[in-house]
Design a protein around this ligand. Structure first.
Ligand code: SF4
Length: 733
């Protein structure tokens, strides 16, 4: 393994860029271009390029830590640390029952880890109290996708389709900062004559490149989609034949849209009627078009409905389930997609099965060798679970997450974490949350272990181990294996990721996210496989390998999916499914569902006391809670701390100059950061990135109001007031 080139993938975002890693004799690791991986074709952003810095033992944990009698974290042996965790979790279970123990995972965990964590919670601990930070990321898009299409997969088509469509509406997405190598798809779209529309309250780097930038007031993009749908109807642009043949529920959705006439929508959103008309024209004139959403519309207390309104626009215009057309979600976290498919979500079993479905429970229980009745039911969603810490949840096992920085209403969540009887954290660095733990376990990271992830396209990938982990570091799978053994469960928790994946294949077989036809060997040979990919038996074929079978899915050599289904001959091995819904949607009758979704205000609207809107997001040189990227010198120099982005008019009212400290105050707390004054933001809105802890922690301010379907908190909009720290002036003076 040493000194050889290993093709693998970046540890950070959902693009999962391919890269080559070469360890050098001095212990450093060189990142080089991996041109054979089609998603990024060799391009990397600064985060990917510098990712090996976090592998260095200079910045990471290399020994278990336990809390001493004096209250400090001190090094300990693995035996001691694991015994303490098992002892504490057992004691809590004995006193408070299985649900007294919570488990919290992360969207960065590999499929194997997410699967094993969910199994560990339900089989070993017997707790229903498990969820993960991916709930904060794209769960509203998942909820809307399931309602409309019967299935949630980030993109129902590969990124390579984008340059060949006619128009893309990017809603609340800023890939120029969040996943820069993906920008080339949008640039190629425009070079080919296609149009790019960006919907964002800020003129972001992505919006600067758009043909049309619509800047609605935060929390009003649902109304914007309704206004566009209204115009689609009024201008006779509905694809009546498609609506009749492939959808259900149009009349109710139409009635809601007709109540949102353009002038009314202009008053709600601030987007003018001519801009709305221009957007409709750009979207409807080409033969094919797409809508892609990201955290902007999704992280709202009405996120599922907001995404649903954009899906309705696609359905009414016949832009879903057709070649080069469709709705998709640009998933954020590295394994945001796979992480939500294999059982670390409160309501799910592997294969994207529902925990409250008796048939799903039977299938998974059989794979696990347990009684279906022994599996607990659905538990609390991520915020609700964190909010219950120290009340009926007395102990928490946390893997790959840093909620002290990333959870909404973060000061309250920090307090809840501090009130636990016992906290165990597995991480690579001493994050702000790990620093509060009773036991911290140092675990391997991406380049030191093998595992699979599923990128935003639904492409399952093999991340290969490229180097030997430092002394003292063990894998998350080892941790779960050892803890299970301490609870008397000797079998079913292997340390070898491929062994876990083989079981995951069986557990997912027949489920919506069916991985049963995927093997490590295929992943290595084919550079990834799109799910669903049933094993030959699951695909309805009992042919021997090498014989031909008739498949529903378009084969890899028919990228536009234009060959009629049912006439495709292919080898007995399922080719995977790059494009979904081309013949039918995943609903019982094969039709997509319109969901009537009227506009409603955000949970918190501005008032006299809190007259300004706050929206939060990311910057190019930091990733999520910053636990890793804040430890990389180059990234830290480029983005050293938080800031408050505000319009010159708001700054003038405050008397704040560029760089002056500004306090942002919400009903949940106060954060202070330097002013960054720009006309690129609406005058009624301020923006803060959320990557930092401490005084400038944006999530001190954010509102945990939850979407009723996805239980996604409303990170993207809340009411605040501003105070100029130097002069003491506040907004509204
Ligand atoms: Fe890594 Fe995402 Fe950057 Fe690609 S775009 S290098 S996956 S952080």
């Amino acid at each position: 393994m040493q000194n050889s080139v290993t093709p693998t993938h970046c540890p950070y975002c959902a693009l999962q860029c391919g890269m080559n890693l070469t360890p050098a004799p001095d212990g450093s690791v060189e990142v080089t271009e991996r041109a054979d991986f089609p998603v990024n074709r060799g391009a990397l952003c600064g985060k990917g390029r510098t990712a090996p810095e976090v592998l260095s033992s200079r910045v990471r944990l290399t020994s278990p830590l336990v809390r001493s009698d004096e209250g400090t974290l001190v090094p300990a042996s693995w035996e001691d640390a694991l015994d303490r965790i098992a002892g504490a979790l057992s004691a809590v279970r004995a006193e408070h029952g299985p649900d007294g123990v919570g488990v919290f995972g992360g969207g960065g965990l590999t499929n194997e880890k997410a699967y094993t964590l969910g199994k560990f919670a339900r089989v070993v601990l017997g707790t229903s109290q498990i969820d993960y930070n991916g709930r904060f990321c794209m769960s509203s898009a998942a909820g809307a996708g399931i309602k409309a299409f019967g299935l949630d997969r980030g993109l129902p088509f590969p990124l390579e389709d984008i340059p060949r469509t006619g128009c893309v509406i990017l809603v609340g997405s800023n890939p120029a900062e969040t996943m820069p190598p993906s920008l080339r798809y949008f640039n190629e779209l425009r070079e080919n004559g296609g149009k790019l529309i960006v919907v964002d309250p800020r003129r972001t780097r992505t919006a600067e490149q758009a043909d049309l930038h619509l800047a609605p007031r935060p929390g009003t993009d649902l109304a914007l989609a309704l206004g566009m749908l209204h115009l689609v109807v009024a201008e006779g642009r509905v694809d009546e034949e498609y609506v009749r043949r492939r959808t259900a529920g149009w009349e109710q959705a139409r009635a809601v849209a007709m109540a949102h006439w353009p002038e009314y929508v202009e008053r709600i959103t601030g987007v003018s009627v001519p801009e709305l008309r221009e957007a409709v024209r750009m979207f409807c004139e080409p033969e094919a078009a797409m809508v892609l959403t990201a955290r902007g519309p999704e992280q709202q207390s009405k996120g599922t409905d907001t995404v649903g309104a954009w899906i309705n626009l696609c359905l009414a215009t016949g832009r879903a389930g057709r070649p080069l057309s469709g709705y998709g979600c640009l998933t954020g976290q590295g394994n945001g997609q796979g992480g939500r498919e294999h059982g670390q979500k409160a309501d799910q079993l592997p294969g994207y099965r529902k925990l409250d479905d008796p048939a799903a429970r039977r299938h998974v229980a059989e794979v696990w060798g347990v009684d279906p009745d022994s599996l607990p039911g659905p538990g609390r969603s991520a915020y609700e679970l964190l909010d219950a810490l120290g009340t009926d949840i007395r102990a928490l096992l946390l893997m790959g997450s840093n909620p002290v920085v990333s959870a909404p209403r973060a000061a309250h969540i920090e307090e809840r974490i501090r009130s636990l009887d016992f906290l165990a954290v597995c991480d690579v660095v001493l994050s702000e949350t790990a620093a509060l733990a009773d036991v911290v376990l140092p675990v391997t990271q991406w380049a030191e272990e093998t595992g699979t992830t599923t990128n935003l396209e639904g492409r399952v990938l093999l991340r290969r181990q490229a180097l030997t982990p430092p002394e003292g570091v063990r894998s998350d799978l080892y941790v779960l294996h050892e803890l299970a053994a301490r609870f008397g469960v000797e079998k079913g928790f292997p340390v070898d990721p491929e062994e876990v994946f083989e079981e995951l294949r069986r557990a997912s077989a027949g489920g919506p996210a069916d991985y049963s036809g995927i093997t490590y060997r295929r992943l290595a040979e084919e550079n990834g496989v799109f799910w669903p990919c049933p094993a030959p038996d699951e695909a309805g074929s009992d042919l021997a390998e090498g014989e031909d079978a008739v498949l529903d899915a378009p084969p890899a050599d028919d990228p536009a999916g234009e060959a009629p289904a049912g006439l495709i001959t292919a080898p007995a091995v399922h080719p995977g499914t790059p494009r979904l819904f081309l013949d039918r949607f995943a609903t019982p009758d094969g039709r997509a569902r319109f969901v009537p979704v009227p506009h409603r205000p955000s949970a918190e609207e501005p008032d006299e006391e809190y007259p300004v809107l706050l929206t939060t997001g990311r910057v190019v040189s930091q990733y999520q809670s910053g636990a890793q990227t804040r430890r990389v010198e180059e990234l830290n120099n480029a983005a050293p701390g938080p800031f408050v982005e505000l319009h010159p008019r708001l700054a003038a009212r405050l008397g704040a100059a560029e760089g002056d400290p500004v306090a942002v105050v919400s009903r949940r707390g106060r954060a202070v950061a330097p002013a960054r004054i720009t006309t690129a933001i609406r005058p009624d809105t301020v923006f803060m990135p959320f990557h930092w802890p401490g005084a400038g922690r944006a999530n001190t301010l954010t509102n945990p109001a939850l979407d009723p379907t996805s239980r996604m908190p409303e990170f993207k909009v809340c009411a605040v007031r501003l105070e100029a720290v130097a002069s003491g002036r506040v907004t509204g003076d």
